[in-house]
Design a protein around this ligand. Structure first.
Ligand code: GLV
Length: 307
């Protein structure tokens, strides 16, 4: 049997080389090359933000492996052939980073980091009342591989935590309104799909308890950003920790940059950890090479669902 041929494409040259090396190690039986417009036909490709030409020049690909968790960009790209199976990374070290990021924000609010920083700036020595975990209920919206790790972290930290997902909403076990009304902290960890785009409108943000906090580590377009700003300005929301934005990089004149209640990071809450991610992809490629139906392979993207 001819050796499996794999292509790798990433806009950052060093990252591309790191992927190539990791996939060579994880799948020594395959040949792994960086994609070029004249690359010979390959069986599989792995990449992030890949050039559109990759798909046009590689019509024989059996599947494309997204080197990240979110496939919204791929699914909205007209260059990606509609029949090409897509698979995405599930956790592989990203969940722990998400849990670190979200718990750091919540513990900061819980221990009044910003309040004491303000007092320090004013040279003020004043002990603020102790807060109770019971008053800090955490709502995790999105219970996929990453959301589940975040839920477990907050359980370990002793906070009341509840989750909400597409399937829980569809089953009627929970309504979005009931979930939001119980969330002092709302954590967004759901994929961007036709159902979730713009889901968090002014009306829905108003379902959160007054003074709630929001963490978005999913995709900026889940929220109506103007409504979020209005909710922060009115005090309906006490704070927002934002890692993702409708437009990235965040435009220099965007009000989030200087808003006193917004803490932001440049889409850096969780990175793909190349070693474990390559191992995950290698396992899936072996399953496919052994004849397994792609639809039964973990990480396969259901296009009808959008993730
Ligand atoms: C990053 O945003 C990812 O989807 O992996």
């Amino acid at each position: 049997m001819p050796p499996l041929r794999l292509l790798v494409a990433h806009p950052d040259r060093d990252t591309e080389q790191a992927w190539q090396a990791a996939l060579c190690t994880a799948l020594p039986e395959a040949s792994v090359e960086a994609w070029q417009p004249d690359s010979a036909p390959a069986d599989y490709a792995v990449g992030w933000a890949v050039p559109a030409a990759l798909f046009a020049t590689q019509p024989a690909l059996k599947a494309f492996f997204c080197a990240g968790a979110g496939v919204d960009d791929l699914l909205s790209s007209p260059e990606v052939p509609p029949q090409l199976p897509l698979l995405r990374i599930e956790d592989a070290g990203m969940g722990e980073q998400m849990a670190d990021y979200c718990s750091a924000a919540v513990l900061g609010w819980f221990t009044r980091g910003a309040d004491y920083a303000r007092q320090q700036a004013q040279g003020q020595w004043r002990e603020l009342p102790l807060q109770q975990r019971a008053d800090w209920s955490i709502g995790v919206f999105g219970l996929g591989a990453l959301g589940q790790v975040v839920v477990r972290r907050f359980e370990q930290l002793g906070f009341p935590v509840q989750g909400c997902s597409r399937s829980l909403l569809a089953s009627g076990v929970v309504t979005l309104e009931a979930f939001l009304r119980r969330s002092r902290v709302l954590i967004l960890l759901a994929p961007l799909t036709a159902q979730t785009r713009g889901l968090f409108t002014a009306q829905r943000l108003a379902w959160l308890p007054p003074g709630a906090c929001l963490i978005n580590v999913a995709r900026g377009a889940l929220i109506d950003e103007a409504a979020l700003l209005a909710a922060l300005d009115s005090g309906q929301l006490a704070a927002a920790q934002l890692d993702v934005f409708a437009t990235e990089p965040l435009p220099a004149d965007h009000p989030f940059w200087r808003h006193p209640r917004v803490h932001l990071t440049p889409h850096a809450a969780a990175y793909t950890v190349i070693g474990p991610a390559a191992t995950q992809i290698a396992q899936r490629i072996r399953q496919l090479a052994q004849g397994r139906d792609v639809q039964s392979v973990t990480g396969w993207v259901r296009r009808d669902r959008g993730y």
